[in-house]
Write a protein that binds this ligand. Structure first.
Ligand code: FPP
Length: 244
């Protein structure tokens, strides 16, 4: 089936609200093509563009992409610098267009180590885009699920002390609203490319009931068709949320 036919197969009534992607395999793609790792990341950016466009065409409401994790700082300084610059440069280039296309863009993750990396234009356009009601695109930057929980618990502890919240009222929903993803639906579907099958500290609270979809395809090769296929497979699954 070609792309147009595949996209027609989507049941609009049962569209996942939120898809999150662990984009893995840029390095291996570069190895396979006998080129430098940075070229794998460059191709990875093209795949992000392709998948964002497809998400808009499919009418998805929320898409979260794991661009840079709190663990990625362990890579060589050269690769870290390259990656951060590549991500910011790509966003600088694309962000006006995303805003024009009604995309609502947010960064999720810890801002702490990144102050200097964020470029002014990106931040300004991001804020402008918060009025948009099309695709909500979350770029996870310096993101770690445990770090997110630590940040949330610290904020909750402050609010408890200040009497803004009471211990009795703490529940799933309240905790969720202290996370970087506050007031967003949890991911219905989490995709990971490159044959690895683990969560790697991604959305650990929010993924309690997510469906997982794994593929051996390396991120730079991840196609529009495969993305639509993941949605179709999701629609064939029976979600029970703990019930029988
Ligand atoms: C994994 O490949 C990918 C990353 C570390 C993320 C890099 C992200 C991009 C290039 C996309 C940029 C995103 C935006 C929003 C513009 P890897 O290096 O872990 O691959 P390997 O496991 O094969 O070594």
């Amino acid at each position: 089936m070609n792309y147009e036919q595949l996209i027609q197969q989507i049941d609009k009534e049962r569209m996942p609200q939120h898809i999150a992607i662990i984009m893995d395999g840029n390095g291996r793609w570069a190895d396979e093509h006998k080129t430098k790792r940075v070229n794998g990341h460059k191709e990875g950016v093209k795949a992000v563009r392709r998948i964002v466009e497809t998400a808009v065409e499919a009418g998805l409401k929320y898409l979260t992409v794991y661009a840079f994790s709190t663990e990625n700082w362990r890579r060589t300084k050269q690769e870290v610098n390259y990656l951060l610059k590549l991500i910011m440069d790509s966003l600088t280039k694309e962000i006006e267009d995303l805003n024009y296309n009604n995309v609502n863009i947010r960064f999720i993750g810890s801002k702490e180590e990144l102050e200097k990396s964020y470029n002014k234009k990106v931040i300004e356009t991001c804020k402008k885009s918060w009025k948009n009601d099309g695709l909500h695109l979350n770029v996870a930057m310096n993101y770690g699920g445990r770090r997110e929980l630590i940040d949330a618990f610290k904020k909750m502890a402050d609010d408890l002390k200040a009497g803004k919240i009471s211990k009795e009222k703490i529940n799933d929903e309240m905790i969720g609203n202290y996370l970087y993803t506050a007031y967003m639906p949890d991911p219905d579907l989490i995709i990971r490319t490159s044959g690895e099958e683990r969560l790697s500290n991604f959305l650990i609270w929010q993924s309690a009931y997510s469906e997982f979809w794994f593929t051996n395809t390396l991120w730079p090769d991840f196609s529009r068709e495969e993305f639509i296929q993941s949605i179709l497979d999701f629609q064939n699954r029976k979600r029970r949320f703990g019930s029988r």
